[in-house]
Ligand binder design. Structure first.
Ligand code: OAD
Length: 272
């Protein structure tokens, strides 16, 4: 069975990670969809970093739910598998089924990785999950609302960035520009290497099963990939309590939370 799974924020909702749209999509009365923009970062980088630091902390404390686990199980048992996720959390990567995790080559995080911190200007990047921050890492101090640039003399101010608790904003050690979370914001281009990975998978052959779970399918490329991936006789299965633009094209609609629907669906697919 050749399979494509596309996921969105709804798959992590049952792990306690807020979705982007609807009543969940607010933080301090601010619309998450408006915070995840280059404009919001240009206007108020401290505010945007605070939001991402809180999200990182929440994700670190969260556990994969049965939906994540079911997807790992599916991947382990089908002939060919690719997961395209819009989620920037690491719950797909941490989920385990039968002692196995999803290999990195089977997942494309099209909207990036929230634990990556990268320069707004140059190519410099590091993972906030890494144990050692880069030595002499420069920081910008936003205390008292004043911008004060300086090089971290000890590891302590750098750790303040890493602990996600300080008011320090990371500054690129290569070019001095402010660093930002390694995610794709509204209006930004997807990483062409990631598009290529999805396109190569679609080009090799069509899929017997396409599952689209927990996404509003608000982006044209998500709809396009889901529709193009499906074989003429293949199934397009939507798992979402609410209708989406893809619902009309689905061969099966499962109007249930992903954590309940996906374990059952995966068992049914593997039994056929
Ligand atoms: P959204 O927040 O737009 O949508 C979440 C979807 O999940 C909705 O369709 C809900 O009905 C559904 N949902 C909620 N709880 C669910 C559950 N327990 N099980 C299954 N479905 C559930 O999230 P995305 O579609 O992922 O992009 O949003 C796509 C992108 O918009 C995000 O990656 C982010 C955001 O702006 C960027 O940051 C570029």
């Amino acid at each position: 069975m050749r399979t494509l799974v596309i996921t969105g924020a709804g798959v992590s909702a049952e792990s306690g990670i807020p979705t982007f749209r609807g009543r969940d999509g607010y933080w301090r009365n601010l619309d998450a969809a408006k915070l995840a923009t280059p404009e919001a970062f240009a206007n108020d980088p401290k505010l945007v970093w605070e939001w991402y630091r809180e999200r990182r902390e929440r994700i670190r404390n969260a556990q994969p739910n049965p939906a994540h686990v079911a997807i790992v199980k599916l991947a382990a048992h089908v002939d060919e598998f690719l997961l395209v996720t819009q989620n920037v959390d690491d719950l797909h990567l941490r989920a385990e089924s039968e002692g196995q995790r999803l290999p990195r080559e089977k997942i494309v995080q099209v909207h990036g990785d929230i634990f990556e911190t990268r320069c707004s200007r140059c190519e410099f990047a590091f993972s906030a999950g890494s144990p050692e921050p880069p030595p002499g890492f420069p920081v910008i101090d936003f205390n008292n609302g004043r911008l004060r640039a300086g090089v971290a003399r000890s590891i302590a101010p750098t750790l303040a960035c890493h602990s996600e608790s300080g008011s320090l904003l990371p500054q690129c050690p290569e070019c001095g520009e402010l660093m930002r979370p390694g995610v794709v914001w509204f209006g930004e281009q997807l990483d062409p290497r990631k598009i290529d990975r999805v396109e190569n998978y679609l080009a090799r052959a069509s899929c017997d099963v396409v599952i689209v779970a927990g996404t509003t399918a608000a982006f044209g490329y998500i709809i396009d990939w889901a529709l193009r991936a499906r074989d003429q006789d293949g199934q397009l299965i939507e798992v979402n309590p609410d209708p989406t633009p893809l619902s009309g094209f689905a061969t099966h609609l499962i109007r249930e939370p992903a954590g309940r629907a996906l374990p059952r669906l995966v068992d049914e697919l593997l039994a056929t």
